[in-house]
Design a protein around this ligand. Structure first.
Ligand code: FUL
Length: 483
């Protein structure tokens, strides 16, 4: 052994052997993944955090929320639509994507579909030569904003709705959209499903099998995976992402990214509790998305007002700040423009978010942890937004991280993120602050997930400690930040 040692030492030319051995062994294994983990498409989607919905169609011109399906395409006549201008607003608001209502329940298609006459091709818009879906998709591509599509399963215009023929039509449209307008980061399939409508002139009530059975959802997902494997599917069946159970932009405080489809929609009905909280032992990765409109309605109505920037900020905290994503709806008016006062509100909101989260005090803190897994997983990994994460040793499911400053700081928000690529783990955590050498508990909270933003009373504190009190597995914490 001594001979090997001395040969090595000579070869290393004076570099301490202990140091070399230490560096060589500095490859701690990552914690084992949980049984349900996200796919890459989910991880890309989580990282977007916030994106826009755009509700714009024939309803904009009829002052309705749900069109009956008998509206003449002649009614669709935006006088000043400009896809680049729309996407610029989305981008300036730091919304990372845009999901457009390519077809709402009334069946009118914003693209010149080869499968129906009920579309922009028979509207006055650009004398029938326009293609709102194509123009928005292209504007998004140019601006580096991701593009998504809302394609209503319920179609109150189509004569065959409720029969197998409609399914052929619907799948053709899905193929048409994914083939001609991709890449598509998210497909949005609304749950509203069957009822009265025009249905090619039948003017009757048509009910379909509940729980999406009629549409044969596995078949739909198969088409999406085949044509566009990176697309996240938002739907009531086999979802990659789920409804957060309300349209107010409020994700539950306890929110698991996992859920089991049959429990979300037992017998085809919403189980709001499961949708809201997810399931710790859920069988698939189906995180919560908070869809909410900047106005009371989804579509533009002259007499409605946009939400204030303060209200939008609260919504940001209860959606992105609770481990969900925020899908914030904009409603272009009859010009095809987002109303000026909505843009004002939106930009003021963005400024509030940017200002609040501009300066991460963790960057100037001394960072320590109760224990760590070893090399590569130390406490400092929680600082900044990179791929590193702090992790505990096998079997250690509690622990804490402390940020300590040489001067007292005013901390208003603590941000915590899990390394969710290995699954969601934390069941509960607490936050303590130190003033004049005394620790005081300020918050008790439950899940973390992709991101949790906790407002705290933290004026003049010397340190902040996040104590993880219960977890489904070893801790894997990507980030602890203080603002
Ligand atoms: C609902 C629809 O019925 C609304 O019209 C809107 O599109 C909203 C986002 O989803 O269920």
């Amino acid at each position: 052994m001594n001979r090997v040692k001395s040969i090595l030492q000579r070869a290393l030319g004076g570099v301490s052997l202990a140091l070399v051995l230490m560096l060589a062994s500095c490859q701690a294994e990552p914690p084992a993944p949980m049984s349900v983990v996200p796919e890459q498409r989910h991880l890309n989607w989580h990282a977007m955090e916030q994106y826009a919905f755009v509700h714009f169609t024939i309803n904009t011109f009829t002052d309705k929320e749900w069109g009956y399906g008998d509206e003449s395409p002649e009614l669709f006549n935006p006088t000043d639509f400009d896809a680049d201008a729309l996407v610029k607003i989305v981008k300036d608001a730091n919304l990372k994507g845009l999901i457009l209502t390519a077809k709402h329940h009334d069946g009118f298609c914003l693209w010149p579909s080869a499968y129906t006459e009920h579309s922009v091709k028979n509207s006055p818009y650009k004398a029938g030569k326009g293609d709102i879906v194509g123009e928005v998709a292209e504007a998004c591509r140019k601006a580096g904003v991701k593009f998504g599509i809302y394609l209503s399963p319920w179609d109150r215009n189509h004569a065959a709705y409720g029969t197998d023929d409609y399914l052929v039509y619907y799948r053709n449209q899905l193929r048409e959209l994914l083939t001609n307008y991709g890449p598509v980061f998210e497909m949005w399939f609304d749950g509203a499903n069957g009822g009265d409508g025009y249905y090619g002139g039948a003017n009757e009530v048509r009910r379909v099998e509940s729980g999406y059975l009629y549409y044969d959802w596995p078949k739909m997902v198969e088409i999406i995976r085949e044509l566009s494997p990176e697309t996240v599917v938002w739907s009531s069946s086999l979802p990659d992402a789920r409804w957060c159970s309300n349209e107010r932009g409020v994700v539950s405080e306890t929110c698991w990214a996992m859920a089991t489809p049959e429990q979300m929609y037992p017998g085809g009905k919403d189980n709001k509790k499961v949708l809201a909280h997810g399931m710790e032992d859920g069988e698939r990765w189906a995180p919560a998305e908070a869809d909410v409109s900047i106005r009371p309605g989804w579509f533009y109505h002259e007499n409605e007002q946009p939400k204030t920037p303060e209200k939008l900020f609260d919504i940001y905290l209860t959606s992105v700040g609770r481990g969900g994503t925020l899908l914030l709806n904009l409603a272009p008016d009859r010009r095809g423009r987002v109303p000026e006062q909505d843009v004002e509100s939106l930009m003021a909101w963005r400024e509030m978010v940017d200002k609040t989260f501009a300066n991460d005090l963790a960057a100037e803190a001394k960072v320590s942890a109760s224990s760590s897994r070893g090399c590569g997983y130390g406490a400092k990994s929680v600082v900044g937004q990179d791929d590193k994460y702090w992790a505990t040793k096998d079997g250690v499911t509690t622990g804490d991280v402390t940020l300590e400053w040489s001067e007292p700081k005013d901390v208003k928000y603590v941000v915590v993120q899990e390394h969710i690529a290995l699954g969601q783990r934390v069941r509960s955590f607490e936050i303590d602050v130190m003033r004049n050498g005394e620790w005081q508990n300020v918050t008790k909270a439950t899940t973390v997930g992709y991101k949790r933003i906790i407002p705290i009373e933290g004026n003049g504190v010397d340190a902040v400690k996040v104590r993880f009190t219960d977890s489904r597995g070893e801790l894997a914490i990507a980030r602890v930040a203080a603002y």
